[in-house]
Design a binder for this molecule. Structure first.
Ligand code: G1P
Ligand code: ZN
Length: 550
């Protein structure tokens, strides 16, 4: 066994996006592609005076969502870590850790940081995507200053330090040695389950299952399966089979592990049947996203955040009340109304969980959410799919009310924010950029302009100044706001690996209970037409409509 220094050449385009570096598997498996990125990360962590101490002698957490290339990537990263002065790696067994579990392990074990191998909800398998993301000592995604430094380093990296030791046994729990580094293979669920036990009323949940409360959780053949099984079935006594598609597969069994009404169609169908369970939910590839459903009833993520905020005191972990709440800019303003009613601070951040980190660390907020099926709290520094499922179960147990009743009552009290996101996927990068540039150029002329009964009151490109560290993030999405509270937002995705994806977010408020039961796309059709008028999406993309509307 020896530590080797081997020459390498930079690769172009290793800049992390909304959530880490994501590329096609064919890109990631090029010789030295992964190695370069990880070496660049370690170089930056060694050099960073700002991020506490350097990497030498530290503990890192490592694991991924089990997708194709996960096991190979783990072996490579271990050998780089051993050669770069890391003292100890806490590795999820078989290289498996969900994203929220990485966050939980970093925090509970006070590790220096962690590496998550995941491309989240993107498809997996040899033809699919792979990804890597660094999380800091708070358990949360690295800040932009760090990811930009890593990117800069990837452009000049010339040397890899790597051990030529044999592979370690990923499937055997306990300690193994790799050069001077200890590899501690840990059970992926233990730490995470301990956190859940501290937050939720497990006795109440056990009682619900004993009385026959029926749940269907679709893990979409991804990493959430083992967690949901261990907690819901083994610990809380839900019947075997409550968790379906529970075995993590390298290609997710061909499923697109994105929990939305389009990709989780099987779950939607089950929840609409005559014999539908009381509650349904799905998680994504790395188990940080969630979709929740009642019988014959789908909850939008924005409403989910608003309801959680409204009822948080019923949940043991939040019975003392919330410090505040935060949502990403495109997420509907439903939670803002609850925050106002409860007199809670409410923050609006750019898209991406990393922007919640400072607010959580500084004690400004307790709950956060995004429209993209992400909700979470201060218990970790990632969004958390199973946490959201347990929250909704606990809420139903504590109130004795169904999902549909809870949401309809909420609308009655606070009004309904009709909400949809239209994705135009796989459009030419140039066409997408031109659309954004042209709409941006129109912005100064828009305030005051009328579209039917609505008038534009604000038109800008969202810029965020972090209230904790003062950092500024510009060009985070173009928003048009109207005098009746409606909003139209244009944004380009930062997680795709092919072409560009335009996201169009539409929202309008409805206080009248008699008007709260329209089909969502119909209720927002006027705003969709307005967006088309402003941006000319069809003409520019040649598409007749969105590829996905959720
Ligand atoms: C998408 C979502 C965003 C989420 C991110 C990672 O990013 O829109 O809310 O944080 O995935 O799960 P986007 O592709 O829009 O940049
Ligand atoms: Zn995810």
């Amino acid at each position: 066994m020896a530590i080797q220094t081997i020459p390498t050449q930079p690769f172009a385009g290793q800049r992390p996006g909304t959530s880490g570096l994501r590329k096609k598997v064919a890109v990631f498996t090029q010789p030295r592609y992964l190695e370069n990125f990880v070496q660049a990360l370690f170089d930056v962590l060694h050099a960073s005076g700002s991020e506490a101490q350097a990497l030498n002698g530290q503990t890192l957490v490592l694991g991924g969502d089990g997708r194709f290339y996960n096991r190979t990537a783990v072996q490579i990263i271990l050998k780089l870590a051993a050669a770069n002065g890391v003292a100890r790696v806490l590795l999820g067994r078989s290289g498996i850790l969900s994203t929220p579990a990485v966050s939980a392990v970093i925090r509970r074990r006070q590790a220096f940081g962690g590496i998550v191998l995941s491309a989240s909800h993107n498809p997996g398998g040899p033809e699919g995507d792979f990804g890597i993301k660094y999380n800091a000592g708070n358990g949360g995604p690295a800040k932009e200053t760090l990811t930009e430094a890593v990117y800069a380093r990837t452009q000049v990296v010339r040397e890899l330090r790597i051990s030529d030791a044999p592979d370690i046994d990923l499937d055997r729990l306990g300690l193994q040695q790799l050069e001077h580094m200890q590899v501690d293979v840990i059970d992926p669920v233990t730490d995470y389950a301990a956190v859940m036990r501290e937050l939720f009323d497990f006795e109440l949940l056990r009682g619900m299952f004993q009385r026959g409360f029926r749940v269907r959780v679709d893990a979409m053949n991804a990493v959430g399966g083992p967690y949901a099984r261990a907690i819901l079935e083994s610990e809380l006594g839900a019947p075997t089979g409550t968790v379906v598609h529970a075995e993590p597969l390298e290609d997710f069994g061909g499923l697109h592990p994105d929990p939305n009404p389009v990709n989780a169609e099987d779950l939607i169908n089950h929840m609409q049947g005559l014999d539908a369970p009381d509650f349904g939910a799905a998680m994504d590839g790395d188990a940080d996203r969630n979709m929740v459903l009642g019988r014959h009833f789908v909850v939008t993520p924005s409403d989910s955040l608003a309801l959680m905020t409204a009822h948080a005191r019923l949940i043991p972990g939040y019975q003392g009340g919330l410090l505040g709440v935060a949502r990403s800019m495109p997420t509907s303003a439903a939670v803002d109304r609850v925050a106002r009613a409860l007199d809670l601070p409410c923050f609006e951040t750019p898209t991406g969980w990393k922007f919640f980190g400072n607010l959580l660390d500084a004690g400004c907020v307790s709950l956060c959410g995004e429209e993209s099926y992400g909700t979470g709290s201060s218990h970790v520094r990632e969004k958390d799919g199973l946490w959201a499922i347990l929250f909704w179960l606990n809420l139903q147990g504590a109130t004795g009310k169904s999902v549909e009743t809870l949401v309809r009552e909420h609308w009655r009290v606070h009004g309904r924010n009709y909400y949809t996101r239209h994705d135009y996927e796989g459009i030419a990068v140039d066409a997408a950029n031109a659309l954004m540039t042209d709409v941006r150029a129109e912005l100064p002329a828009l305030p005051g302009r009328r579209f039917g009964s609505r008038q534009v009151v604000l038109a800008d490109d969202f810029s965020y100044t972090d209230p904790v560290d003062g950092s500024v993030s510009g060009q985070q999405g173009i928003r048009l706001m109207f005098d009746d509270g409606a909003r139209v937002i244009f944004r380009l995705s930062g997680t795709g690996t092919e072409g560009a994806t335009l996201r169009l977010y539409l929202e309008r408020y409805e206080a009248d209970v008699a008007q709260q039961d329209q089909p969502v796309q119909q209720a927002l059709a006027e705003l969709a037409a307005l967006a088309e008028q402003v941006a000319g999406i069809r003409g520019r993309t040649g598409m007749t409509g969105p590829t996905v509307a959720t």
